[in-house]
Design a protein around this ligand. Structure first.
Ligand code: F6R
Length: 609
């Protein structure tokens, strides 16, 4: 999604902004631009396509200043052209703005600006209207102009504004789109996300909804909508700068796949006390409270939704509370049964996904108690929840989520165990078995990762296929959905996941000689049933690759190719079984020469509805 960077200070604004935009590249973009303010003029450079195009266009020595704003755009209104790229400039050439979010009333604003103020729009974006609005209200006080302009906006925005006759100030505003300011020694910063500023500062202020900021070289002033100054503690960002580098790997995705044993270990370790009982930092539910919940909703999008599907199994099994899992974009519009007896679990890596955030707000309005599982510390989902459990996967840069997913799974198992223990709905022996098995997971993940060569060889044999099916039963259905999503998003192969038992109700019609199936058979409980489903597709000449537990070598009798995960209890196989699927997708995409870390049309953090 769009990224914003701004700087005012002693250093080169161009350098700071380009560095920041490069650090935000992982969020996804299709055009970029910079506006600098110098000697009473605005200098603008914009380019479509990769950031290196913009870098080339900003090389000139006279394109330098000490104040500026920059933007990477992920197209929503209008195609990714130079005209539609930000910064947008007002008709009188005095104001430049960058905007992240969507202005919902932009059509009305365009009409009004065209009719009443003779504005000729240069782009087809919703954002350009902001530049013209600010310029209409600008009478020398930029903050006042931005405040008046934003009163006219409805929708979501994080905005950065500069004026050509005001070389000392950046003014910014936030409503439902992430925004931070960075405190530096040689100046101050504006950004949509902290990785943009890691090279320069780790001390930031998180800007809240409805707030305005004036950033000068020596000062950052945060104000509410009435202009009253807000005093706020700065936050220290504890991100490792090395996390933003590939560390010798060709892609972030493979680096992040390899990090999973360690991240899973950390996510577990900090939640187990010395007796290996689950403790969830800062989260306390009494038995009465848990018994008071008559249902749990899990709400999330994409990969996080798939984690939720597995969470449902764990919570229903250990805590004995009915769970419904919903894609966030549907949940908020379908009048869900949420009241004060509902626990709503929101799962989000970024914590900024608009659909999830709006679903959370809807659930809160209806009286639900919100527990969130979030990776990005201090993100909107985290801040607006009653309770937060951080997944501690570290910075995830590849668009295709891997380590965030496996750490979400760990947190869901821990939440389910915790609830079961407090409620007394899981017996001690079962509780112990699951925890003992969880503790073995990091080592078993290492084993799966060591089998990469076999997975790569499989990918070499099948990477030209144009259609791939994933099937499974029980929790393997959720893992199939996740494997299929991973494959399609980075390799662009048409893939499809379905419960194995459901195949015969229609989808089986698609099978022809050589149709490729990845069949997950990790569940002892339904192993024989899965073998029958594999026989059914083999009978129709499909090519079947199976993923099963090590001890299930008998599967070789029915499968064309086999991949194994270490033996483990059925409940926990999703954490292991997803890894061969991540590696399979990675190698297929690599063999097909695709942009693995930044697939087309996708963004890391989806801040639009
Ligand atoms: C897929 C992927 C997406 C995200 C989804 C939710 O690899 O990354 O499907 O899982 O957009 O994002 P978060 O978790 O940030 O809310």
């Amino acid at each position: 999604m769009c990224g914003i960077v701004g700087y005012v200070g002693d250093d080169s604004a161009k350098e700071v902004i380009l560095t920041g935009l490069q650090a935000l590249e992982y969020r996804g973009y299709d055009s970029a631009g910079i506006a600098l303010s110098k000697n009473g003029k605005l200098l603008i450079r914009k380019e479509s396509g990769e950031l290196k195009n913009l870098v080339k266009r900003t090389q000139a020595k006279d394109f330098e200043a000490h104040i500026g704003i920059g933007h990477t755009r992920w197209a929503t209104h209008g195609s990714p052209t130079r005209e539609n790229a930000h910064p947008h400039v007002s008709q009188d050439g005095r104001i430049a703005i960058v905007h992240n979010g969507i202005i919902e009333n932009y059509q009305e604003l365009r009409q009004w600006l065209t009719k009443e103020h003779n504005i000729e729009f240069k782009s087809v974006t919703d954002s350009e209207a902001i530049a013209h609005l600010v310029s209409i209200y600008y009478k020398g006080d930029l903050l006042e102009a931005v405040m008046t302009a934003t009163e006219k906006l409805s929708g979501a925005y994080a905005i950065g504004v500069i004026a050509c006759d005001n070389p000392d100030e950046i003014v910014a505003a936030r409503m439902d789109a992430p925004l931070i300011t960075g405190i530096g020694e040689n100046g101050n910063y504006l950004a949509s996300d902290s990785p943009a500023l890691l090279k320069y500062t780790r001390d930031i202020y998180v800007i809240e909804n409805g707030e305005y900021v004036v950033i000068t070289k020596d000062n950052i002033r945060i104000m509410d909508k009435d202009g009253t100054r807000i005093r706020r503690q700065s936050t220290h960002v504890d991100l490792d700068a090395a996390a933003a580098e590939k560390g010798g790997h060709p892609h972030f995705m493979i680096k992040e796949i390899y990090e999973q044993p360690e991240k899973v270990k950390e996510a577990l370790k900090i939640r187990l006390d010395k007796h290996n009982n689950v403790k969830l930092e800062g989260i306390h539910f009494t038995k009465a409270q848990l018994e008071g919940f008559d249902r749990v909703y899990i709400v999330a999008c994409g990969t996080a939704y798939h984690a939720g599907l597995i969470g449902k199994y764990a919570i229903e099994k250990y805590a004995k509370i009915p769970v419904e899992v919903d894609v966030a974009s549907e949940f908020r519009y379908r009048d869900p049964f949420v009241d004060d007896k509902t626990l709503v679990i929101c799962i989000s890596q970024s914590g900024e996904t608009s659909d999830t955030l709006e679903a959370l707000r809807e659930a809160k309005k209806r009286g639900g108690r919100i527990l969130s599982l979030v990776n990005v510390v201090g993100s909107s989902v985290a801040r607006e929840s009653d309770d937060v459990l951080y997944t501690w996967a570290g910075l995830e840069i590849a668009v295709a989520s891997t380590k965030a997913y496996t750490t979400q799974l760990i947190c869901l198992y821990l939440v389910a165990l915790y609830m079961g223990k407090v409620k007394g709905s899981i017996d001690t022996e079962h509780y112990r078995t699951v925890i003992d098995e969880l503790l073995l997971i990091p080592e078993k993940l290492e084993t799966v990762i060591r089998s990469e060569r076999r997975i790569r060889e499989l990918a070499e044999d099948v990477y030209k296929k144009e259609q791939i099916f994933f099937i499974g039963r029980g929790v393997d259905v959720a893992t199939s959905l996740e494997g299929s999503l991973k494959l399609k998003e980075i390799s662009y192969i048409n893939s499809f996941a379905i419960a194995a038992g459901e195949l015969k109700h229609g989808t089986i019609a698609l099978i022809r000689r050589g149709t490729l199936f990845l069949a997950l058979a990790t569940q002892d409980k339904v192993y024989e049933k899965m073998i029958s489903n594999i026989e059914e597709i083999k009978a129709r000449k499909a090519f079947v690759v199976t993923i099963s537990k090590d001890s299930r070598k008998s599967i070789e009798k029915v499968a064309d190719r086999t991949l194994y995960i270490p033996d483990c209890i059925d409940d926990l196989t999703p954490i292991l079984a997803v890894v061969p699927l991540q590696l399979f997708s990675y190698h297929i995409a690599k063999l097909r020469g695709k942009e693995i870390d930044k697939p087309r049309n996708l963004a890391k953090s989806v801040t639009v509805e």
